[in-house]
Design a protein around this ligand. Sequence first.
Ligand code: ADP
Ligand code: MG
Length: 259
Amino acid sequence: MAKVLAIANQKGGVGKTTTCINLATSLVATKRKVLLIDLDPQGNATSGSGVDKSSLELSIYDVLVGSSELEQALQFSEHGGYPLLPANRDLTAAEVELLKVPNKELRLRDALAPVRDHYDYILIDCPPTLSMLTVNALAAADGVIIPMQCEYYALEGLSDLVNSIQRIAAALNPGLKIEGLLRTMYDPRNGLTNDVSEQLKAHFGDRLYDTVIPRNVRLAEAPSYGMPALAYDKQSRGALAYLALAGELSRRQSRPANA
Ligand code: ADP
Ligand code: MG
């Protein structure tokens, strides 16, 4: 049964999509079966996976509104080695249409149910909002990975996010956990980075991943070639950091819950 992980933060530009693409690729490289779900109308995870978002016949929009089965809408990322449920601007309309359908918060959970035992991990790239789309992701997920930059305002936004996750968990998904906080675009030469890091450690304990993702230009360049960093430059610090994160995730998963 797949572990379903939502990659969420209502702040834009914190590395959600970069984490989805590169973590998916790294998990595949370590022989895990992965499905990536693009739940952002910007479709960055789709284009960054090498799939043309402007020529999709079916996308996650069709799956959420019930006009396609999930498997019919899948594309494959050649460089990433994973199947992908793609998104594009059509998804903006789903936000409105979802308000009219029954169980509007559970559309994604229901769509994933028949394929959950085909994968080890299902990663969901969330939009930078706490919208109905993100609610669908949090209702479908077992855990949330929160990518964040170590800056002062990040801590403020974080408590809003944690409150929302707790509210959604209580209403729709009692098993939902904060799986981990991931420090992205990490620059240890910046004093504030270390301060914020310490605060995160004090507050979140071992839910803060040991692995940090450095600021690395290869991670920023790779999507314009439709590639994960591991395909674009496999020796890059960015690619290696996401491989390390995949290792940390797998080690945590195999650890008994009380350890
Ligand atoms: P989000 O999905 O949260 O909006 P993205 O993953 O799209 O964030 O990242 C925002 C921008 O920062 C993108 O241009 C991306 O290429 C770049 N970026 C993300 N992570 C890194 C990193 N570790 N080092 C350098 N650039 C990064
Ligand atoms: Mg994004």
